[in-house]
Ligand binder design. Structure first.
Ligand code: FAD
Ligand code: 2HG
Ligand code: ZN
Length: 482
């Protein structure tokens, strides 16, 4: 299992679970929401990549805010460490215990509370699955402002806690903009009601932002108020080929200029990703004829008017063809073809997982530098690994996945700290959208100044003096526990 977990020791100041604790939890939650069943525990202890594995003996499933509050109040007084868990689709080892932390899973808190169809504001519990919320909104003519490959399992509370990005970020922006309010339970059990549903509110420090992206280290998000955009009737998806990365960049510039407001996704993948998907996923085929395409770009446009949308896309494709930016391309003729294009892009994570061991890097970089790191890494690793580059090009977010048949510390030593140093040198971020979790808790200084990290540590100590919330994650171990 992960090198990060092997490097740290359980903090001895945490208590271990005793029979009295189980008795208390059963009293407040009922027998069936206090889970000690081995199979269920082993699923909850293991992350999506099967790379991080804890050894918790207890999984709690609260049904409402009051129960979350009682759990945290008790755990805080007993110094029992906890891990908040949503859909457990996180990719940085943040959603599972490192040792024997109590897992608090939010799945049972999955009610929508209200939807205002004038303002588009949705209020719901944190355990709602993203895709279910999007389906609910579809019936009202609206959509979630965030969309990602894990939508069928991830929860809105997990999305907010990781400040997830996804494929529509380029159009609708960050959750820091779309989240209007939160209800959060603090480690001592206090319920913090910040569940505003206002677009504008400048009364003091905007505390909800502390919890957006804090990965369960400051409290448990129990309710969310989110601004949702109208679901526009016309969507087009184009799958395009570029021979060189410079053309992908120029295509992005052209898309911004020509497509403007209709652009709703701009994603890229290299031919190594395409090969990986074709090899490991069933029923996938390359929609373009074999050629020397080294890169593929997936563009989505969305508008309220079918004709307007079509004309804009056609003008863009014409200009891009004439300018030699794309060597080939196809526009989806129906929904099923559109979803087959998306399946190629969104299937990369699953395909790489099937290929063996994975080292994932989720980097923000200036677009013109973004692919250089992939090429440098390929030169460095030679035949020992496959290096894949893809991601949300429209947001300057590269996903570099390195695939080897088995985990190998010598390969890891070739990759790290090189990747982090390179990213830092180019003033990028070592975590664009997945968070730091356990994987990068000790790497935060590559992207944040010493003073910023010190302030984060001070905030953490102030809000969670016993350090019970998601320990060993996000902030450096040495600054919190030594
Ligand atoms: P979990 O994995 O359960 O938890 C993630 C973190 O949030 C943990 O630190 C956990 O402790 C904390 N947490 C969870 N719920 C709460 C809560 N209610 N209160 C406090 N803390 C909480 N991410 C992207 O940003 N963009 C993508 O495009 C994207 N695509 C993905 C595709 C696939 C196939 C997969 C497997 C993952 C992808 N991810 C992506 C990563 C992941 O889906 C996101 O990070 C997602 O937001 C996690 O949600 P979750 O409910 O699964 O949270
Ligand atoms: C995506 O954009 C996700 O597909 C997952 O953020 C990226 O698996 C990854 O590295
Ligand atoms: Zn992504």
């Amino acid at each position: 299992f992960s090198l990060e977990a092997r490097k740290i020791q359980r903090n001895p100041s945490y208590a271990a679970i005793m029979p009295d604790d189980i008795h208390y939890f059963k009293e407040i939650l009922g027998e069936k929401n206090v889970i000690q069943d081995e199979d269920k525990l082993s699923a909850a202890n293991m992350d999506w990549m099967q790379k991080y594995k804890g050894s918790s003996q207890l999984l709690l499933q609260p049904r409402n805010t009051e129960e979350v509050s009682q759990i945290l109040k008790y755990c805080n007084s007993r110094k029992l460490a906890v891990v908040p868990q949503g859909g457990n689709t996180g990719l940085v080892g943040g959603s599972v215990p490192v040792f024997d932390e109590v897992i608090i899973n939010l799945s049972s808190m999955n009610n929508t509370i209200s939807f205002d169809e004038v303002s588009g504001i949705l209020v719901c519990e944190a355990g709602c699955i993203l895709e279910n919320l999007d389906n609910f909104l579809a019936n009202q003519g609206f959509m979630m402002p965030i969309d990602l490959g894990a939508k069928g399992s991830c929860q809105i509370g997990g999305n907010v806690s990781t400040n997830a990005g996804g494929i529509h970020f380029v159009r609708y922006g960050s959750l820091h903009g779309n989240i209007l309010g939160l209800e959060v339970v603090l480690p001592n059990g206090t319920v913090l009601d910040m569940l505003g549903a206002l677009r504008k509110d400048n009364t003091g420090y905007d505390l909800k932002h502390l919890f957006i992206g804090s990965e369960g280290t400051l409290g448990i998000i129990t309710k969310v108020s989110i601004l949702t955009p109208p679901r526009l009737s016309s969507t087009n998806v184009a799958f395009l080929a570029c021979t060189d990365f410079i053309y992908c960049q120029k295509l992005l510039q052209e898309a911004r200029r020509t497509l403007g407001e209709v652009l709703s996704a701009f994603e890229f993948l290299d031919s190594h990703c395409m090969n990986m998907v074709l090899t490991h996923l069933d029923g996938v085929r390359n929609p373009l004829p074999p050629s020397v395409s080294n890169f593929y770009v997936l563009i989505e446009t969305t508008a309220s008017d079918e004709l307007y949308n079509k004309e804009k896309l056609e003008a863009f494709l014409m200009r891009s063809m004439e300018g030699g930016l794309i060597s080939n391309g196809v526009v989806a003729q129906d929904l099923s073809q559109a979803s087959s294009f998306w399946h190629i892009r969104e299937g990369i994570t699953e395909a790489v997982a099937k290929a063996g061991a994975i080292y994932k890097y989720d980097l923000s970089l200036p677009v013109e530098q973004l692919y250089n790191i992939v090429e440098e890494m390929r030169r460095k690793l030679g035949q020992s690994a496959k290096v894949l580059g893809y991601g949300h090009l429209g947001d300057g977010n590269l996903h570099m996945n390195i695939s080897t048949p088995k985990y190998d510390d010598t390969v890891l030593a070739e990759i790290e700290p090189f990747v982090y140093e390179w990213t830092s040198k180019h003033r990028g971020s070592i975590s664009a959208e997945h968070g730091l979790g356990l994987m990068k808790a000790n790497k935060i200084h590559y992207s944040k100044s010493r003073e910023s990290v010190q302030l984060m540590v001070a905030i953490k100590k102030q809000m969670d003096p016993n350090g019970i919330m998601n320990p060993y994650k996000v902030l450096p171990y040495s600054m919190l526990y030594e």
